[in-house]
Structures are given as C-alpha cells and as structure tokens.
Write a protein that binds this ligand. Sequence first.
Ligand code: FMN
Length: 307
Amino acid sequence: MTSAFPRLSSPAILSPMAGVTDVAFRALCKRYGAGLTCTEFVSGTGLVRGNAHTHRMVHTDVSETPVAVQLFGNEIKDVVDAARMFEDRFDVIDINCGCPAWKVIKTGAGSEMLRSPERIASFVNKLASSVSRPVTVKIRAGIDAKTINAVEVAKIVEDAGAAAIAVHGRTQAQGYSGRADWDIVKRVKDAVDIPVIGNGDVFTPETFKRRLDESGVDAIMLARGAVGNPFLFTQIDQYLKTGAYEMRDRLSLFDEFLDLAKEHALDFGIVKNHAIMFSKGVVGGAALRLALTRCRTSEELQRIVLV
Ligand SMILES: Cc1cc2nc3c(=O)[nH]c(=O)nc-3n(C[C@H](O)[C@H](O)[C@H](O)COP(=O)(O)O)c2cc1C
C-alpha cells in the first residue's frame, strides 16, 4: 500500500546536503520556515552494519515534522532493512538517485542509478511494500546532455509506488556546473500525477516564486541558497504572501544555531564549518572567516562570532 506525501506548511524544502544538513542546521531551517527538512544522504549499508557515525546522521530534532531521511546504496536489501529500522523516526523515506560523486557512482549508487530506471523502480517498489512511510526519489535530469531521461524515470517510479519525485535540473556529467534546466523539471511535472519537487539554482525569493509559477511544481528544494542562510525560508514565505520580504544579517541567527548544536552535541569541526558559511556575504566576513579557520576551541569561536 503506497502512502501519500505529507502536506507541507511551506513549499520551500531544505534539500539534503552532505556535511551541511545536520540535525542542528535542519532544526534552525525548520524554525525559520522550511516546509520539510531532510537528512544528508545516509548509507543504507552503514546503517544496517551499525556504523556509529552513520547512526548519528539519522538523529532528528523534535521540531522536525515532517522530516525525511535520504538513503543511498547499491544493495537494495540494505536500503530496505535500513528504512525499516528507522521508519518510525521519519515521515518520508527518500532514495538518492542524484549524487554525482565518483565514490558513490562507482558503486552503482546515486545518479548512476539513472542508467537503469527499472532498477530505481525495483528499489521504490520493494521499499514501498516494506515500509509504511511514503517513498520518494531525488533524481537529476539524466546522465548527460545526450541521455536526459528524467521524464521516463519519473513515470516509472510513479508506477512503482513513489509518493513524490524531486528533480535537480542538472545531469550527472554537469556535477554542479552550468545551469539547472527547469524545462526538464516542468516536463516531469506535466508527465506525472504525484507531487513534483523542483530543484536547482534557486537563491532568492523572487526566483523561487518565478520557478514555482513557471514550472507548476508542488514544491522547491533549496540547497546552496540555504547554506549559512536559514532566514531565506522566512523571506520566501513573506514574499509569497506579501510580495516583499525583510533583510536580516545572516550571522544574527548564529547564536541560535550554537544553542541547537550544543543541544545535539555536534562536533566542533561541524560547528566551525557552519560559522564560516554563516559569515559569507556579511560585512567584514573575509576577516571573520580567516579568524575562524584558525580557531581551535568553541570558546574562541564564540568570541569571534558573537561580538
Ligand atoms: C555541499 C553539498 C552537499 C550535497 N549533498 C547532497 C546529498 O547528500 N543528497 C542529495 O540528494 N543532494 C545533495 N546535494 C545536492 C543538493 O541537494 C541540490 O540538489 C543541488 O545543490 C542543487 O540545488 P541548489 O542549486 O539549490 O544548490 C548536495 C549539494 C551540496 C552543495
């Protein structure tokens, strides 16, 4: 039995990002208006084997409802077993079919799965019949400019029981270069009945609204635009409702991030990376980042950032 994708309080979703969307950062994005938060991609095999580091990745904050876990792997049994182990904590189980990193695609996982849509369908089908949560898939436009197959993949995963599909309008070959193709996102939206989530190059509330209107997608995932900038979710909400939005210094949210990081016992290195990301685009940011890269303790970091 396929369960439905949850209703979201906002069409702005926090996209999964390895090394960025840890529990504290997700909780902060939720607080500032993300309609759905999602873990970074987590290895199904790592979870099944009880890897401690991997297990920390599926820790969630109570505020995160709804929340998705993104799993990846080439061993379907591991992905299914991992989903069954942790489904109680999550509202959505997502399968990563978009990662272009060599260490992932060489194992046949991530965006490499786009080479065989039937394999993705079989993942979806097995997962959807094994867990009681909605199963979604995050894909790219295709492998390269010659093999754009997002529409084909979307139709096949819909038939296999997926509750929604997210489409990043770049190919595996593009990595993060070039521009996201929103025509392909729109073509997917026109081809299937399940909710479609568009993704790629949305950094401002204006672009968010334009992409939403032009493509007709049900929601949009934000990745790089949200890094160090959870207030973007509030701005999008304001803009969709009123046509205007407030500006706010990104760093002014960092003390809230620190509290959440403490509560969830995040490693110093992770906190430091976020501090560097929050300081991008603020006045005096370059000097701040230089000091941050040199700092070694939490106390020192707080002295530098919370002035
Ligand atoms: C640092 C970083 C880590 C990422 N990690 C993941 C991941 O774990 N899973 C995933 O599906 N996509 C991952 N992505 C891709 C993003 O979720 C998103 O699809 C892509 O960045 C395009 O969206 P954007 O233009 O809003 O950044 C990552 C992107 C970045 C920049």
